[in-house]
Ligand binder design. Structure first.
Ligand code: HEC
Length: 193
């Protein structure tokens, strides 16, 4: 009888913990989205305006300076790690994914190949590292829009001036050949718990 009671208590405790966990991750997801996502349409809009009004060479500054600057401000406000990652980077120093991020990016590509819309792809997970440190990790896919193709589409479709400007700063550029509707990379957030 004692044993049975112990099991019942253990099982209810477990389901309590699981419910708490579920609430936790739903809350973390909502909070992370609310904090990190508003920056994305701002960058896309700034890019569209810059390409239209100043031309592609001058618009490089949006992806190179303005987007990193906005993410830097978000990092300072939140204390979270927030960055852009990709499986084919232009700037490998800042954009190379870790193992977890690379797996999610590959998963996003598989989902798109199976008909999913890139703008709907995201993942949030509570992870425990080997040293016991818990973190909340979140990734949101960055879809290739029409304007992105100017600098991330087929390299041979670019003007000489644009090719030269990109080649000068990015000799190991791999962020080419993308088409509208693919996943260019992701916004990646890591929050210590
Ligand atoms: C005018 C040229 C240009 C356009 C248009 C452009 N990008 Fe970029 N993009 C760049 C450059 C240059 C970098 C490298 C920035 C750096 O040094 O960190 C970059 C880097 C990135 C990165 C960081 C990962 C990496 O490969 O280094 C992402 C993600 C990205 N771009 C997504 C986009 C998306 C999405 C669009 C369309 C909304 C877009 N870009 C449009 C020039 C451009």
């Amino acid at each position: 009888m004692k044993n049975a009671t112990a099991i019942v208590v253990a099982v209810s405790l477990l389901s309590l913990i699981q419910t708490a966990g579920a609430q936790d991750s739903a809350q973390l997801l909502a909070e992370t989205r609310k904090t990190a996502l508003p920056v994305l349409p701002k960058v896309v809009h700034a890019m569209q305006t810059a390409v239209q009004e100043k031309g592609p060479v001058a618009a490089i500054a949006i992806c190179k300076e303005q987007a990193p600057q906005l993410l830097q401000e978000l990092r300072q406000q939140t204390g979270w790690s927030i960055r852009r990652v990709s499986l084919k980077t232009r700037n490998a120093t800042t954009g190379t994914p870790d193992a977890w991020e690379a797996r999610q990016l590959a998963e996003f590509d598989i989902q798109v190949a199976n008909g999913a819309k890139p703008e709907q792809l995201e993942i949030g997970e509570i992870l425990t590292a080997d040293d016991g440190q818990r973190s909340y990790r979140y990734m949101k896919a960055l879809p290739v829009a029409e304007v992105c193709q100017t600098c991330h589409g087929p390299a041979d479709a670019r003007s000489e001036a644009l090719s030269a400007a990109l080649a000068k700063d990015y000799p190991d550029d791999r962020a080419n050949g993308y088409r509208v509707g693919e996943v260019r990379g992701a916004l990646s957030v890591k929050r210590p718990l």
